[in-house]
Design a protein around this ligand. Structure first.
Ligand SMILES: Nc1ncnc2c1ncn2[C@@H]1O[C@H](COP(=O)(O)OP(=O)(O)OP(=O)(O)O)[C@@H](O)[C@H]1O
Length: 233
């Protein structure tokens, strides 16, 4: 279980996250919903360790992560796909996968992991020798998700994975994320500006506004009336 307790983040005078607490269970997807600047990315960064909170705790399976550096969190099984398509554009699809594999000092079998990627997203197999910069936005997002999940991390943080993608690609990507969370009992957190998209894939949602949680519930509860007005203003 992942537990966020009373987390606050500031950048100088800017309060990005204000006393946020919630838990996320294995096998479930949690959506962080909010407008531009609501604090979603900052919250995800406190979990992967890229941002040090002003107060509060991040606890994974009972372990307080306060003193654990980002690269050590990655080895503990926390993967973070940052906002924007951060891949090596001049390298091929296969080279990007190899880089992601070696980045985390694996002991396992790369070939097997790679075949799993190509079975999840056959288009990546077709384009394995293409430079990543020549892929479509959807294919790049598939590559990013594949790189983030290559080591089968226990916790996956996805910052706006659907941004700028066509609905058919979004549903393909979300199907993969759902399977990844459910089949392996993993914890997935997704940040999304579009509540309707996030709530289609998530089990639970938390609405952030100006850094604070203003609404929480199951996806079904949040899909009801009143959500938009809670966070769009
Ligand atoms: N490195 C930084 N330095 C200063 N202010 C920052 C920094 N990163 C974020 N902020 C500010 O913190 C607040 C929350 O930003 P954050 O990126 O966490 O929100 P968000 O909900 O993820 O928005 P977006 O969807 O635009 O990424 C905003 O006011 C933003 O301008």
């Amino acid at each position: 279980m992942l537990e966020l307790s009373n987390l606050s983040v500031s950048y100088g005078a800017i309060e990005a996250v204000n006393s946020v607490s919630f838990t996320a269970q294995p096998g479930s997807i949690t959506a962080l919903i909010g407008a531009n600047g609501a604090g979603k990315s900052s919250l995800l960064k406190t979990i992967s360790g890229l941002v040090i909170p002003k107060q509060g705790r991040v606890i994974l399976d009972g372990q307080d992560l306060a003193l654990i550096k980002p690269h050590e969190r990655a080895r503990l099984g926390i993967a973070h796909a940052l906002e924007g398509r951060r891949i090596f554009h001049q390298h091929t699809v296969e080279e990007n996968l190899i880089t992601a594999w070696h980045f985390r000092h694996p002991k396992g079998d790369f070939k097997r992991a790679q075949e799993q990627v190509y079975s999840n997203f056959p288009i990546l197999a077709e384009r394995r020798r293409a430079k990543a910069g020549t892929l479509s936005g959807g294919q790049q997002q598939m590559l990013i998700l594949s790189m983030a999940t290559l080591h089968e991390p226990q916790v996956v943080l996805l910052d706006e994975p659907s941004l700028g993608l066509a609905p058919i690609i979004i549903s393909q990507i979300y199907d993969f994320i759902r399977g990844y969370a459910q089949e392996g009992g993993r914890i997935v957190l997704i940040s999304e500006q579009m509540a309707s998209l996030a709530l289609k894939v998530a089990d639970h949602g938390h609405v952030l506004r100006h850094g604070a949680l203003v609404q929480s519930g199951t996806a079904e509860q949040l899909s009801g009336a009143g959500l938009a007005s809670a966070y769009l203003s």
